[in-house]
Write a protein that binds this ligand. Structure first.
Ligand SMILES: [Zn+2]
Length: 275
């Protein structure tokens, strides 16, 4: 059993404030909690028989995990830019994927909600259905024939994932009391629940037809609403894009990994003109 983990930070227990997401003392504490939750998922998977576990650091600079605090035997994909970004290295070679520390999409009521980039992305639709990071990242795993065994994050993120993919195994570690406030589990309790769920996911993965309630079919079309027309101006110079409106760019591809990779380039270009 080979397990792939994509690890974000906003959906980790105890994380409620933007000050915890980028450098500084609050961030140093938050990245310890993030690493502890990932370590719990790794331990759960290993104890249930996973022979290989690789974690993709998937938040901001993608150098958040404290490598010395992870269990022996795990490997980490660290740094950016990297092809497929939050889902770097996902392909058909994995038996199971976990997504940890997840948050809800831009425009939703979830804690610290956004879709890949709060400053540039207003809305994303995949094959006509509104998605955030969870919808797109899980769709990519499924398109690579990798079942998703576990999603952890705040309650709104978990609800968003379950709306698209009923039957997913999930752990909700906090409930939003606003965009920047929540009732949260302690890190220790969150880790206990995540370790148990990760073990169950490896020992008894969800039936594929249970978790594939929604699986977009090729060709894949991504509609991206940018926060400003200048971002769409710059992204429209990419080949194969269509300018649907002042802020909306669409792209169609036969393969979802190719579309996801192009979307990473869109994020980079839009981010460059956002400043
Ligand atoms: Zn993040």
């Amino acid at each position: 059993m080979r397990v792939y983990i994509s690890a974000d930070l906003e959906g980790v227990a105890g994380v409620v404030s933007p000050a915890q997401l980028v450098s500084g003392p609050a961030y140093e504490e938050a990245r310890r909690w993030m690493t502890a939750e990932v370590a719990a998922a790794v331990r759960g998977a290993q104890r249930a028989g996973a022979r290989q576990v690789v974690v993709n650091d998937a938040h901001e600079a993608m150098t958040n995990l404290r490598l010395e605090d992870l269990p022996p035997g795990v490997e980490v994909i660290s740094g950016k830019p990297k092809a497929l970004g939050m889902m770097c290295a996902i392909d058909a070679g994995w038996d199971l994927a976990f997504l940890t520390g997840c948050h809800a999409r831009q425009g939703s009521g979830g804690l610290l909600s956004h879709s890949y980039s709060a400053s540039t992305i207003a809305r994303l639709c995949l094959n006509g259905r509104e998605v955030g990071e969870l919808g797109l990242n899980i769709s990519l795993a499924l398109a690579c024939n990798v079942p998703v065994g576990l999603v952890t994050g705040d309650a709104a993120a978990v609800a968003e994932a379950l709306e698209l993919f009923p039957g997913l195994r999930t752990v909700a570690v906090k409930t939003a009391y606003g965009r920047q406030a929540a009732r949260t589990l302690t890190p220790g309790e969150a880790c206990s629940r995540i370790e148990a769920a990760a073990g169950e996911a490896v020992a008894a993965p969800c039936q594929s037809d249970e978790i594939r309630h929604w699986q977009p079919q090729p060709p894949y079309t991504l509609a991206v609403d940018f926060a400003s027309p200048v971002m769409a101006d710059a992204v429209s110079y990419m080949p194969l894009t269509r300018r649907e409106s002042p802020c909306r760019i669409t792209m169609e591809q036969a393969e979802l990994p190719a579309l996801f990779r192009a979307f990473q380039a869109m994020l980079t270009i839009a981010g460059a003109v956002a400043r």
